[in-house]
Design a binder for this molecule. Structure first.
Ligand SMILES: [Zn+2]
Length: 141
């Protein structure tokens, strides 16, 4: 299963990560499942709902934001297919926290932001037994 982003999505995610640096940015990825691939059609930047002292290495999307995103997706024939967030001064690999808080099905895209500059981007999906993440291929354009 691949995650297909629109041409402008990687730049938008990187810009979001740089804007919130040194805190984590987060957002939702809306789109459609097409023959097992996730076609991302729209990004919904979200506010990091963690308390300020935790925002440098944690993110939280509030239930209200999730609800509104689900509604917006449904009204436009889409689904919430995943989430993106940044890792300020850390690699684009899921943390233990990410693993503990991940749900099945969704894609988790991570962008590394080092010294304020966004870099590598990776995508992950929880394995069926929930013990680890499996990498997902990102395609843009
Ligand atoms: Zn993370």
């Amino acid at each position: 299963m691949r995650v297909k982003l629109k041409r402008e999505h990687p730049g938008a995610i990187q810009a979001h990560g740089e804007a919130t640096y040194p805190n984590e940015c987060c957002g939702l990825m809306l789109g459609r499942l097409v023959q097992g691939d996730k076609h991302i059609l729209e990004l919904l930047p979200a506010e990091n709902a963690r308390k300020e002292s935790d925002r440098h290495n944690r993110f939280l999307i509030s239930p209200r934001t999730m609800f509104e995103a689900e509604k917006r997706a449904r009204e436009n024939g889409m689904d919430v297919l995943g989430f993106y967030h940044s890792h300020p001064n850390a690699e684009a690999r899921p943390s233990r926290f990410d693993l503990d808080h991940a749900w099945p099905f969704y894609s988790y895209l991570i962008v590394s932001v080092s010294q304020g500059r966004a870099g590598a981007m990776t995508c992950w999906r929880l394995a069926d037994d929930r013990s680890r993440f499996s990498p997902e291929e990102i395609e843009a354009g």
